[in-house]
Design a protein around this ligand. Structure first.
Ligand SMILES: Nc1ncnc2c1ncn2[C@@H]1O[C@H](COP(=O)(O)OP(=O)(O)OP(=O)(O)O)[C@@H](O)[C@H]1O
Length: 236
């Protein structure tokens, strides 16, 4: 269950744009690690490279020493939420998950279990295009949990959730971490991170600004917001 993700000297250039600039950090099990940075900081690019969806121009990511693409049954090792609205619009929520389960040799019973877990038990028959953004986020989280993976990578999972949904996901992330999973969650919402994360990885313009336990970060800067603004130059 205890899986470590190592990001080493990771770099991604798009022409002259350096989206990710020699980034190194380690994501550890049993805690929620918040991946924080302003819009355009390079969070999504980093997460795509963690999942081998994008090729680094330098450095690498290892999940318990392996590249994502070399994992034998990826859904049972790493669950990910990137684009909540990437589901085929005409497909019903239940069938979307069933297709994922069957194509990954996961028991069909997991589908009902994860729909229940994310609070979508009543709407499994709805087509994806009929789901609100909040429901689509929940469906994406259900897909991430399908293989009962020790690692969860979630890109802005709070987007589109109402206050009840935000409260729910906070509890879910804490529970997943308490189970010993490695939980890596990106956000540009500081107040949300302050209430959810145990550990922070802060980036700006593709570079690492901080890699520290949240309480230490807050103690050093007064608040997460003050520290974040000071580090990213927003307070100037
Ligand atoms: N496919 C691409 N081609 C060119 N530039 C890109 C591409 N993808 C990302 N970028 C650039 O790389 C930088 C980092 O983008 P990225 O989407 O990773 O940031 P982010 O931290 O996830 O931002 P947000 O919070 O807005 O999603 C930005 O300058 C962006 O314009």
């Amino acid at each position: 269950m205890a899986t470590v993700i190592e990001v080493r000297d990771l770099e991604k250039r798009y022409g002259r744009t350096v989206a990710v600039d020699r980034l190194s950090f380690t994501v550890r099990p049993g805690v929620v690690t918040g991946f924080l940075g302003p819009n355009g900081a390079g969070k999504s690019t980093t997460m795509r490279m963690m999942l081998d969806l994008d090729h680094p121009t330098g450095g690498h990511v290892r999940i318990d020493g392996a590249r994502y693409r070399d994992l034998r049954r990826p859904l049972t090792k790493v669950g990910a939420l990137l684009e909540a609205k990437s589901t085929h619009g005409g497909r019903r929520a239940y069938h979307h998950l069933l297709w994922l389960a069957q194509s990954n040799r996961l028991p069909a019973a997991r589908v009902a279990a994860v729909l229940e877990l994310v609070g979508l038990a009543g709407v499994g028959g709805k087509r994806a295009k009929a789901l609100s953004l909040g429901m689509a986020q929940r469906l994406g989280i259900a897909a991430a949990l399908l293989g009962d993976p020790p690692v969860l990578l979630l890109d802005e999972p709070v987007n589109g959730l109402d206050p009840e949904g935000v409260y729910w996901i906070r509890g879910l992330l804490r529970e997943l971490a308490a189970q010993g999973r490695t939980v890596f969650v990106s956000s540009h919402l500081m107040s949300e991170m302050e209430q959810t994360a145990d550990h922070l990885v802060v980036i700006h313009q593709g570079r690492l600004l901080a890699d520290t336990p949240l309480p230490q970060f807050v103690a050093a800067h007064g608040s997460l917001e003050a520290g974040f603004l000071a580090l990213t130059g927003g307070a100037r």
